[in-house]
Design a protein around this ligand. Sequence first.
Ligand SMILES: [Fe+2]
Ligand SMILES: [Fe+2]
Length: 159
Amino acid sequence: MAKTKENSGTKKAVQELIDALNGDLAREYQAIIAYTVYSSVLTGAQWMNIAAELKKHAHEELQHALIIADQIDYLGGSPTATPKPVKLSKKAEEMLRFDLDNETETIKNYRQRVKQAEAIGHYALADQLRTIIAQEQEHQHDLATALGIDVPHVFEGGA
Ligand SMILES: [Fe+2]
Ligand SMILES: [Fe+2]
């Protein structure tokens, strides 16, 4: 009896992890699209460096999407084919701000996902997520630097 209960608890945790990873995958697709479009439309000498960075981000987001999709499949789920909506703007600062907000949201989500992966003993996934988080933090840093602002930290406890 106790064992059945435990199994159904794990099953529920795995399903929740699959669903949450599909949200992450939709966010990775969103990032691929946003970085592809924004890096092409950013004009003006002061944005040239960041436009080149955004193209690199697009490649890295695709790598993340491939990892997350494989993990969803491994866990027995079906990877989504739908991105989260991409906001558009004609203003460079606004585009970069959208990207920065998305990166911050992404980092918050992946931190939660590390905990969920460890809770079911899926340490390989937790390790992959940690590597992805480090790259998302670099993206955040690139964007904040281009905008001339501090990196918004998302550590637990507020600050
Ligand atoms: Fe990503
Ligand atoms: Fe990113």
